[in-house]
Design a protein around this ligand. Structure first.
Ligand code: NAD
Length: 256
């Protein structure tokens, strides 16, 4: 919800502010007239600064091993969280849901991908999945990414699986019997995912569908981290109006 011109700016903290995404988020918040950057937290800083600065929303762009604990801390203090850090396990999500049940006014958005095009690709993939026997996901990222497969690829696989289930499709056809090296990739929700780590890349996803005599491909490329910032700002502006846990930026978009 964008505040009216008369209202004061929303007070925002960035966790992981010295990182690549965090630095871009700090710049985006500073440039937004309806937001005020009140705290920037690095690896060695105390989270107490977030509360002391009166932050209403915190953006977490840290690392998978600390993000769940950061969000637990924020929710404990009634601070809304917009989380881009990937690597959330089902157990961590469940613990967060339980915590939020006791803090009904707090909103948390966990967005595996803030790029609007990547969110659209996931939605389009769910639709396309109904019509094709075969579907596979190839995700490609820079060499410094810590987790694989990407959160976006996991969610894309889940979306494809939902589409296939809705259409009554069974397992994807695949005659592979012998694959000792795992060349067929990870399998998430019955969908194969292939992860590429390559210097020079940022974040890219190719979703391939195959039917008799045809192929349909969806592709999204983030060439620069700035591509994530419109989604980050959308999350910051909307999170207070969406109490509880929202997984996926599409929860804040009107995609029908
Ligand atoms: P990065 O390594 O450049 O930045 C991470 C930063 O977090 C580092 O500066 C590190 O020192 C800091 N950090 C570690 N522990 C901390 C703590 N306890 N408190 C505060 N800061 C801490 O990584 P990045 O490329 O900026 O990515 C950050 C995260 O965002 C990763 O999980 C990445 O997968 C994810 N990501 C998400 C999206 C999305 O659209 N959702 C897009 C790109 C990256």
């Amino acid at each position: 919800m964008t505040p009216t011109p008369a209202s004061r700016p929303t007070r925002v903290a960035v966790l992981g502010a010295a990182g690549r995404m965090g630095a871009a988020a700090c710049a985006a918040v500073e440039q937004a007239e309806d937001l005020e950057l009140v705290a920037t937290i690095g690896r060695d800083d105390s989270l107490d600064q977030v509360a002391e600065a009166g932050a209403e929303v915190a953006i977490d762009l840290t690392i998978p091993s600390v993000t769940a604990e950061n969000v637990r801390w924020l929710v404990d203090r009634g601070i809304h969280a917009v989380v881009g850090t990937t690597g959330w396990t089902d157990e961590a999500l469940e613990a967060l849901r339980s915590q939020l049940a006791g803090a009904p006014e707090v909103g948390v958005l966990i967005a595996p991908n803030f790029a609007i095009g990547a969110v659209l690709a996931m939605r389009f993939a769910e639709i396309a999945a109904r019509y094709y026997d075969s579907a596979e996901v190839i995700e490609m990222h820079h060499e410094n990414k810590l987790d694989a497969p990407s959160g976006t690829a996991r969610h894309t696989a889940a979306a494809i699986a939902r589409g296939r289930a809705a259409a009554g499709l069974g397992p994807v056809p695949d005659a592979t019997e012998h694959d000792p090296e795992g060349a067929r990739g990870a399998v998430i929700d019955g969908i194969h995912i292939h992860a590429v780590r390559q210097r020079g890349l940022v974040a890219h996803e190719v979703i391939q569908f195959g039917g008799v005599g045809e192929q349909f491909v969806l592709r999204h490329d983030s060439f620069d981290r700035i591509s994530f910032m419109p989604g980050v700002l959308l999350g910051v502006r909307e999170v207070a109006a969406h109490p509880g846990l929202t997984v996926g930026l599409d929860g804040f978009m009107d995609l029908g």
